[in-house]
Design a binder for this molecule. Sequence first.
Ligand SMILES: C[S@@+](CC[C@H](N)C(=O)[O-])C[C@H]1O[C@@H](n2cnc3c(N)ncnc32)[C@H](O)[C@@H]1O
Length: 274
Amino acid sequence: MLIDQTAFRERGLSTDTTILGGYAIERTLEAVRDGGLLGTGAVRRAGLVGPGLDFADKDAGYDFYPVQSIQPFALLDALARLGLAAPDGAALATFDVNPRINDHLAAAAAGAAAGAPYRLALPRNTDLPWNDRLAAYWERLGDAVGQATGDFAAPPNAGNVRTRGVAVRPEVVRSIAPRDLNIVLQRLDPLPAGERFDLIVATDVLVYYDIFEQSLALANVAAMLRPEGIFVSNTSVVPLPGIPLAQAGQARVSYMPVPGQGEVHDVLTWYRRE
Ligand SMILES: C[S@@+](CC[C@H](N)C(=O)[O-])C[C@H]1O[C@@H](n2cnc3c(N)ncnc32)[C@H](O)[C@@H]1O
């Protein structure tokens, strides 16, 4: 069962997020690395379009922990774990149209400048039959960028849930630079050659847009990538002639079985800047 993304189109620009997107990105970056398209230490500058803000967990609706943004930290964690981050760490620019998200990440960076870690709450509904790899991902998510701080206590009516706490190291939080940028209409331009991105990621973002808008977004992403840089998306878009991106691979990432319906899964596509 492929996650039905078409439902998003009617909902306005939602901010919601879960750890599943982080898991899918880590599996995909592993495939990109194993295919030889990104080598050890290759990612000095990464971009994340639409980092999202978790007011309540997208799957189970949990809201017993503070508002958080998970994906920037999950991406930095994956880059470190997979050996893709540059030796002195990867810098991450986030691009979003929503001021609440940009302000939230700017406040996190300001807190980190004063020495504060970023505290993640990572819920897992233990009634869901997550497959072993996803469960193992949840168990170690954040370990490459921070320290586990023990489980959050959940209210009695929350059902069967475990919520791992992780404190992300301040120097990692400081490596995140939030930008107010609409990827359909804008790009960082001009970007000197040495400041172009090695990797740009967008999950559950392009699904909100029609093919024309998606193509504009692809052109903006391509303009910000270095030659041979990689773009990862879970919405597959065929690049129009003239957009210097070529589809380079796809990964099918499974999350859990659904009796009689196969697997809940997502398909991520990666593109290479020509
Ligand atoms: C549904 S959330 C997805 C969050 C996260 N990427 C994930 O996969 O869990 C969509 C995110 O994309 C942002 N967004 C939507 N349209 C955008 C655009 N044109 N440019 C930049 N960000 C956009 C939203 O504000 C939000 O942060």
